[in-house]
Design a protein around this ligand. Structure first.
Ligand SMILES: [Mg+2]
Length: 403
């Protein structure tokens, strides 16, 4: 067995699993079993990940220049384990396994089945991370698992007319489509909060951005990319959100959820990025910086559509409006199912509600304030504690529909 020593090897391995998983999903959807070769790729990857040395749940991987980084690989290992179980057992067994991993699974599925009551939907618009995909510390290795791809594809095919995966991550170039394993055309992929879309016909649509702003963003991206090739800053491209060129926005990590970067180093990097932005936009008219403590978001300002001359944030509700108009989704027809896991997903529910009362919302959250906000906003609301419960529920709906 080849050992995984560097972060680069780790990412290469994860992308091998992406290709294998894509083929597996296609086979399962066609009613064929997965090829032994592809199952072998997943089981070898799992063994290789488990063999990476480390302590306290962290695994140590080398960077260039003799540096190293300690990563929590819980997502990558956990999803491979579930996939291998999924591929060697019946789906009933898989559900029983889910009950073991997520206590209360069966009760939540039962409640969810009553909530959906065999309903099919005109539009299904869902956030990805934390909603229909388990959370991962690093965006780029959050490869969609095979069971997840099969379940979500079935639901899109059997129970909805238009299925949309809408995320704040970029669409392409290390974006949403690079980590998804579902057959093309099953979902409309919407990246950058819905500012860029991969349509069902394979074409791409983008929310218009002023050329001057786009040009300056291009310069900023070039400079950031250059910065992260130096050994001093390399780690920031490799942890957490990494470096993401979104449409109309760039995100660069300065920390991840495990606190991988020493505090002072993280602060220094923030100042370096702030200086770079001031250099390119000395009057602060084009860019706005939002620092979450983990990510530095550099956002292009946009003119408000309602109030002329005013600048606003482009939110996921604007994204829903853009994709609805661009793709002719006719959201006013309903019923629509909207799913999310954070406050930034609420504008998607609002965008649907403003068009039809036939709006159904499922949120994946343990945050009681957010649960209440969802219920106050949408009369037809369900809350689940785990993404796995949501995708399993959607699968069961689809399977019943197909009977
Ligand atoms: Mg999310």
């Amino acid at each position: 067995m080849e050992s995984i020593d560097t972060l680069k090897q780790f990412y290469d391995l994860m992308f091998e699993t992406k290709d294998a998983r894509s083929r597996i999903v296609r086979s399962r959807l066609d009613g064929r079993s997965a090829s032994g070769e592809d199952v072998e790729i997943l089981s070898a990857a799992l063994a290789q990940l488990r063999a990476i040395p480390g302590t306290g749940g962290r695994h140590r991987l080398g960077l260039r220049g003799g540096r190293s980084i300690d990563l929590d690989l819980g997502y990558e290992i956990g999803e491979l384990e579930k996939d291998l179980f999924f591929l060697s057992h019946t789906e009933d067994d898989f559900n029983r396994r889910m009950e073991k991993i997520h206590p209360g699974f069966a009760d939540h599925i039962e409640e969810g089945s009553r909530f959906l009551a065999g309903r099919s939907f005109s539009a299904f618009i869902t956030d990805r991370d934390g909603t229909v995909n388990n959370y991962c510390g690093r965006y780029l290795s959050s490869i969609q698992s095979a069971y997840n791809g099969v379940f979500l594809s079935r639901f899109a095919s059997e129970s909805v007319e238009h299925a949309v995966l809408l995320t704040s991550a970029p669409l392409a170039d290390q974006g949403l489509i690079d980590i998804s394993v579902m057959p093309p055309g099953v979902y409309i992929y919407a990246g950058s909060k819905g500012r860029e879309l991969l349509r069902e016909d394979g074409g791409v649509s983008r929310f218009p951005i002023e050329p001057e702003k786009q040009r300056l963003l291009g310069r900023l991206n070039g400079r950031l990319k250059g910065l992260l090739t130096s050994p001093e800053y390399e780690a920031f491209g490799l942890i957490g959100s990494g470096l993401q060129f979104k449409f109309g926005q760039t995100t660069v990590a300065r920390q991840d959820m495990n606190g991988t970067i020493p505090g002072e180093e993280s602060e220094d990097f923030l100042h370096t990025v702030q200086d770079l932005v001031s250099e390119l936009d000395p009057e602060g008219r084009v860019f706005r910086i939002e620092d979450t403590g983990k990510d530095i978001e550099i956002i292009l300002t946009v003119e408000s559509s309602e109030r002329e001359g005013e600048v606003k944030d482009f939110d996921k509700g604007d994204g829903v409006t853009f994709l609805s108009e661009t793709l002719g989704l006719e959201l006013e027809r309903g019923p629509n199912l909207i799913c999310g896991d954070t406050r930034s997903d609420l504008p998607m529910v609002e965008a649907s509600l403003s068009r039809t009362g036939e709006t159904w919302a499922i949120f994946v959250t343990r945050d009681e304030d957010l649960q209440q906000e969802v219920r106050d906003l949408c009369p037809n609301a369900l809350v689940l504690p785990e993404p796995d419960m949501l995708v399993s529920l959607l699968n069961l709906q689809a399977v019943q529909e197909a009977v």
